[in-house]
Design a binder for this molecule. Structure first.
Ligand SMILES: Cc1cc2nc3c(=O)[nH]c(=O)nc-3n(C[C@H](O)[C@H](O)[C@H](O)COP(=O)(O)OP(=O)(O)OC[C@H]3O[C@@H](n4cnc5c(N)ncnc54)[C@H](O)[C@@H]3O)c2cc1C
Length: 613
């Protein structure tokens, strides 16, 4: 069975040496986060994930969820683990204190999320989606929801879901058929079928709060293929009295089926049927007759996009998490497995073969994954830190900059890190040779589990389109210009630096490729949008490669300073320096290939008639 050791030391490095969160006592929750405090929280979370969640991962995959007589049961051990998880408070670290949360900075809660996802993604998705759901409720809900519903979710007594996908649409939500009709008492009756709903039903808790999107029909009862008519609703599985918070009858929400699927089998993926279910609309009422874009800017829809942003960050974390655990098991196997002799002479004379870690090609697999995972973890920590600055900084300019950079990075976090997580899981399985393909060894489960991360919460191709068509260009490209300016300043400041100057030329070339790609798009996409569609994936990859390169250069600077001051463990700093060099030598050159593909445009992709594929 695979094992897992949470990377506590790496988190402490990121938070206290790299981001220096302890210097931001002006932000709520940060003043308490001394290194000792952070360490205590992380060690506690690590122990729980390593000892309780990880041992349930492989059995949960073997057993899966059960659907009998309309009832969903999670795998053995999950219910008890859920109770322990919530009692210890791991599900609510960053939730607002006034609702029963611990109010800790998001950087900390994302670290615990990563540990949970690495130990057992199927389990950790239940609290993960609940967290996204209660955050949206907290942002957009009416006072009674904040009083009676959100605290139950935060306490772990109830869970939450996100219900967007329908049989005929996942990406194009304009096509949805679920409708919500307003009643004289101000509630709605919601009817339709949602599919693939993670944690849509289970026996972990007595109630589930579904956060559902549905269309409001026009006065003639007709639905329009117009996103402006899509609204955001709260639909409890068991009804809640807004006055008292008391639970009452079952709402008209039934589970049609659970999916048999490739991975994350311990997480129930459900078909949910809403049959005139009682629903409460989130956010202010749509203005009848208002312009479409005016109505679509309702606080409710903003809440939904906020929920999706949190969920997308969470999925990026899943990518890093699975990559980490798979890699750990790949490394331990590479140190044990004996095969052949090192190309440069015997390394293990006491035995008849050397461990496979002596081979450059095995190291290529492991080091590539290691550099992507630790770089990805740094990206998540940075974006989580930005989200606290955006929310709480007293400096408006700093808030705006944090918001711009955070928004720009969300599709990169979601898509680039889940691609890298999948590649890492695949690389670790490759290191195990044929044994990696054998189920009982647990390596193929990582590959199966990691695969969904590239699909849900908006398929990765859609994230790339979001980056190119929306995030890079909105507000006159303000976020992109901020990003460029910061990167340019970093390059200028460090290219003659005795410590990390050697890392800069590769990063500068990557940045030049990025700028050239953006310029090519500006010149060519307006006349043919297919050029933007054809370029989007490569553009997202350039962003991923360059951003991780930038983070690696900054981490290398910290490592070098620590080495020179004689602080900490020299082996840890040396390792960081090698990984930074790896990124510059072996990943950054890929931006050139991305640029060449972008400049090839869309013509070849679009030439063949659909019938000739
Ligand atoms: C295990 C699992 C759990 C899930 N959990 C949830 C959940 O909790 N809640 C929920 O609401 N949904 C959930 N989903 C649904 C998931 O989010 C969707 O499957 C996903 O967003 C893709 O939608 P789709 O399957 O309809 O694919 P489609 O929209 O049909 O897309 C198919 C392919 O075409 C591409 N494509 C589509 N449109 C475009 C375009 N305009 N330009 C370029 N390419 C395009 C996509 O990138 C994709 O590769 C889950 C799915 C699975 C499998």
């Amino acid at each position: 069975m695979p094992s897992y050791k949470a990377p506590v030391e790496d988190f402490l490095f990121l938070f206290h040496d790299f981001l220096k969160i302890q210097e931001r006592g002006d932000l709520p929750g940060f003043a308490d986060m001394t290194r000792d405090m952070t360490s205590a929280v992380l060690e506690g979370g690590a122990q729980f994930c390593e000892e309780v969640l990880q041992p349930l991962n492989q059995p949960g995959d073997e057993e899966g969820c059960h659907f009998e007589n309309g009832t969903v049961r999670v795998p053995k051990g999950f219910r008890q683990a859920w109770r322990q998880f919530c009692e210890a408070g791991w599900n609510r670290l960053s939730a607002p204190e006034e609702a029963g949360g611990a109010g800790l900075p998001r950087v900390i809660s994302y670290a615990i999320t990563e540990m949970g996802m690495a130990a057992n993604q199927a389990f950790a998705m239940y609290p993960g989606l609940t967290g996204a759901a209660y955050a949206a409720l907290w942002a957009t809900g009416e006072p009674w929801m904040k009083e009676h519903v959100a605290p139950k979710m935060i306490a772990g007594e109830w869970t939450g879901t996100m219900c967007l996908t329908e049989p005929n649409c996942g990406t194009d939500l304009r096509l949805m058929k679920t409708r919500a009709v307003e009643q004289p008492d101000g509630t709605y009756r919601l009817t339709g079928t949602k599919i693939f709903i993670s944690g849509g039903d289970h026996d972990l808790t007595d109630n589930i709060i579904h956060m559902v999107i549905a269309k409001i029909p026009d006065e003639n009862g007709k639905l329009h293929d117009d996103l402006a008519t899509v609204n955001f609703f709260l639909v409890p599985k068991v009804l809640v009295d807004p006055e008292t918070g008391a639970v009452g009858a079952r709402n008209a929400v039934t589970t049609g089926a659970i999916e048999k699927k490739m991975g994350i089998k311990g997480n129930a993926t459900c078909v949910l049927n809403f049959d005139e279910a009682v629903a409460w609309r989130l956010g202010p009422k749509p203005q009848k007759g208002g312009a479409a874009d005016e109505r679509s800017k309702s606080a409710g829809m903003a809440g939904m996009f906020g929920m999706m942003n949190i969920a997308r960050m969470g999925v990026g974390v899943q990518g890093v998490a699975i990559g980490e655990v798979a890699l750990q098991n790949g490394v331990s196997y590479a140190n044990e497995r004996l095969a052949g002799r090192a190309l440069t002479g015997v390394k293990n004379p006491d035995q008849n073969a050397d461990p496979i870690i002596v081979y450059p090609d095995v190291r290529r697999l492991l080091l590539g994954a290691r550099a992507a995972i630790e770089g990805g973890r740094a990206l998540i920590a940075w974006v989580a830190f930005l989200s606290s600055i955006e929310q709480f900084s007293k400096d408006e300019a700093e808030r705006t900059e944090a918001k711009d950079l955070g928004n720009l990075m969300i599709p990169v976090v979601k898509a680039y890190l889940t691609d890298k997580g999948f590649e890492a899981a695949n690389a670790a399985m490759q290191v195990w040779g044929g044994h990696g393909y054998i189920r009982e060894n647990g390596m193929e489960q990582f590959v199966r589990d990691a695969r969904i991360n590239q699909v849900y919460e908006g398929a990765n191709g859609i994230q790339a389109l979001d980056l190119v068509a929306r995030k890079m260009t909105s507000k006159g490209g303000r976020a992109t210009l901020t990003y460029f300016a910061k990167l340019e300043a970093f390059l200028k400041e460090n290219e003659k630096d005795a410590q990390i100057g050697a890392l800069i030329p590769a990063l500068r070339q990557g940045y030049a490729d990025m700028g050239e790609a953006a310029g090519w798009l500006m010149n060519n996409a307006p006349e043919n949008y297919d050029h933007a569609g054809a370029a989007s994936y490569d553009m997202l990859n350039i962003f991923g490669i360059v951003t991780l390169g930038w983070l690696w250069a900054r981490m290398a600077r910290t490592a070098q300073e620590k080495l020179e001051k004689g602080e900490g463990d020299p082996a840890f700093w040396k390792r960081k320096l090698v990984l930074a060099r790896y990124w510059m030598e072996r990943e950054l050159p890929n931006t050139g290939a991305c640029l060449a593909r972008i400049k090839a445009g869309a013509d070849t992709l679009m030439e063949l008639d659909a019938a000739h594929f």
